[in-house]
Ligand binder design. Structure first.
Ligand code: ATP
Ligand code: MG
Length: 570
């Protein structure tokens, strides 16, 4: 994918960040001397592209490290040989860099630790804390019990360490088929926490791994591998989402019982994951969208993936700001996607150059303007940024305006163009509508107008006011654009709620993409792919990184101008 270079330097965002509970824990640990420096990690499983939920975790982990002059490791949690792919590894690195973060030399792969994890398993076996079990999946279910009824002990639970070492070696050397044996921890069959009832540590998988090839036939379970990875890397604060709270007793059991051979005792801390309205977030579901061709790929601008947002025109700074704004809590909740869109608008408002484009054109003929004359008028590039300067836009007798900006029978409160009414054309003149042209079917095909030469630049010397200002383009010079009007991919607010018996697939918004032809100022023809722009009064757009070419521009709508969040906040 040819993407523009990362555009932001790493930066701890927001001058006065919220003092959330994880910041507090870290401050306390540094103050008490428990740690001299902190080490966090972001541990994606490379089985898909990163999404906005991951961005929350990335901003949190890398952000905490930056704030505290610590380190944040990037670790591919690639312990499952079946699902992982190198394509995903590369995309994850690209997306984290684009968000503005850097792991320096601290890049790790869980699969590099398979040898050390195996040593840990041997150590537990030798201590009598793990055993090889041959219950079938069905038997395991039957033996499990319930939170109030203890599990039935496996007939292999009391094997000696020597026997277990021999059996584990047989698991490794291929004497057993997949499913014929597992290694289990020996903990507490009566624990109300089912994760403490002799959880599986290792299973057989006759699958090659993208990193270790066919070196291994046994692979560690996530719950066994993850605490060990944290310990090997001397992670001080292992931050994960709330579902792992019930796994924490096992996390602690494991690192405690291996304390004699582990270099550190990491601490797991849970926070609430990000859920967004109208947004599907799990990689598994996003993969399904891609596979079923419901979107054009992981980077479809409607996807909540980092690469989708990038192609949509979102900025890293806005995403970081959003992640800081939503804060970090212990309670699962649903965040309004309007807040994310608000952050995007807020950033783009300051940074996007303006241009004029008409998406649904209506021809305007200025009858008192000389035929064949073209005037190049000064237009301000960004009213929010004086340094952005001005540009020239062509004006002539025939213009295009937005069809919606005209009404033949306009009510009093309609401040745009109507027969006999006067409006301002942005950066140009006042015009008055003097007539309407129609086809045989009665459709309006053009407006006849007059202009006032004294109002050049958009102000009347006699002080007369107009209520409406319209954007426009010069018909003869307008550049046709392919415009992709993106909207929410789903029309249901809370996709996790399936009390109506429907699935997310039933809630796809049929109007999430409308492709139209728009007409813009000449300069837009050569807009570099990835460059952003505000089409005045229309919305924020970006030249598509995949499909836009000089002379054949394609623009994606990043977001409209209407800010429902800011409105609600007022
Ligand atoms: P998914 O269900 O989307 O596949 P995951 O948790 O399985 O998510 P991982 O690659 O295992 O994805 O996650 C990497 C890190 O990102 C984990 O630490 C995880 O807690 C965090 N993470 C994933 N989704 C979210 C989310 N919605 N909000 C906050 N953090 C998240
Ligand atoms: Mg996962």
């Amino acid at each position: 994918m040819s993407e523009p270079a990362p555009e932001t330097a790493p930066a701890p965002d927001a001058a006065a960040p919220h003092r959330h509970f994880i910041r507090q824990i870290i401050a306390d640990d540094l103050a008490s001397g428990k740690h001299d420096a902190i080490v966090t990690r972001f541990p994606p499983e490379p089985n898909g592209y990163l999404h906005i939920g991951h961005a929350k975790s990335i901003c949190l982990n890398f952000g905490l490290a930056l704030e505290n002059a610590g380190k944040c490791h990037l670790r591919m949690d690639d312990t499952n040989p079946a699902k992982e792919d190198v394509e995903y590894v590369e995309s994850i690195k690209e997306d984290i860099r684009w968000l503005g973060f850097d792991w320096g030399s601290d890049y790790y792969q869980a699969s590099d630790y398979f040898g050390k994890m195996h040593d840990c398993a041997l150590h537990l076996i030798a201590k009598g804390l793990a055993y090889v079990c041959h219950l079938t999946a069905e038997q395991t279910r039957d033996y499990r019990g319930t939170p109030t009824v203890p599990s039935t002990p496996s007939p292999w639970r009391e094997r000696t360490p020597a026997e277990n070492l021999a059996e584990f070696a047989k698991m490794r050397d291929g004497s057993y088929a997949d499913g014929a044996a597992v290694l289990r921890a020996k903990i507490d069959l009566a624990s109300p926490n089912m994760h403490m009832r002799d959880p599986v540590l290792y299973r057989i998988r006759e699958t090659a791994h993208h990193n270790t090839g066919d070196t291994w036939r046994i692979y560690p379970m996530y719950d066994f591998a993850h605490p060990l990875e944290d310990a090997f890397e001397k992670i001080t604060h292992s931050i994960c989402t709330l579902e792992f709270e019930v796994h924490r007793p096992f996390y602690d059991w494991l690192v405690r019982n291996l304390a004699d051979i582990l270099p550190a005792q990491p601490r797991q801390i849970e926070f609430a994951r990000l859920n967004l309205t109208y947004t599907l977030m799990s990689k598994r579901n996003l993969l399904e969208l891609v596979k079923k061709n419901l979107v054009s790929g992981w980077d479809d601008p409607r996807m909540p993936t980092i690469c989708g947002f990038r192609r949509r025109g979102y900025t890293p700074a806005a995403i970081r700001k959003f992640c800081e704004t939503i804060g970090v809590t212990k309670f699962n909740s649903l965040t309004d996607v309007a807040l994310l869109e608000h952050a995007i608008r807020d950033d783009l408002n300051k940074t996007s150059p303006r241009a004029m484009a008409v998406l649904n054109p209506l021809r305007v003929i200025i009858e008192n303007y000389p035929e064949g004359q073209v005037e190049w008028l000064d237009a301000v590039n960004n009213p929010e940024d004086p340094a952005a300067g001005t540009r020239k836009v062509p004006f002539s007798r025939e213009l295009l305006i937005e069809r919606d900006d005209f009404m033949e029978d306009a009510p009093k409160k309609f401040f745009r163009l109507a027969p006999g009414r006067e409006v301002r054309l942005r950066w140009a003149y006042f015009i008055t509508c003097t007539g309407v042209e129609k086809d045989a079917a009665g459709n309006i095909t053009a407006l006849r107008c007059s202009y006032d030469p004294a109002t050049k630049g958009g102000d009347a010397p006699d002080g007369r006011k107009v209520k409406g200002t319209l954007h426009w383009v010069c018909a003869a010079n307008a550049v046709p654009l392919e415009v992709r009007l993106y909207d929410r991919l789903f029309s249901k607010e809370d996709l996790s709620d399936n009390s109506d018996g429907k699935e997310w697939g039933d809630h796809l918004n049929p109007d999430s993409l409308k492709t139209i032809t728009g007409y813009a100022e000449p300069a837009l023809a050569e807009y570099p792919p990835g460059a952003r722009v505000q089409f005045e009064r229309v919305g924020y757009f970006v030249a598509d990184t995949k499909d836009s070419r000089p002379g054949a521009p394609v623009f994606n709508r990043t977001v409209t101008l209407k800010d429902s969040w800011a409105k609600a906040a007022k």
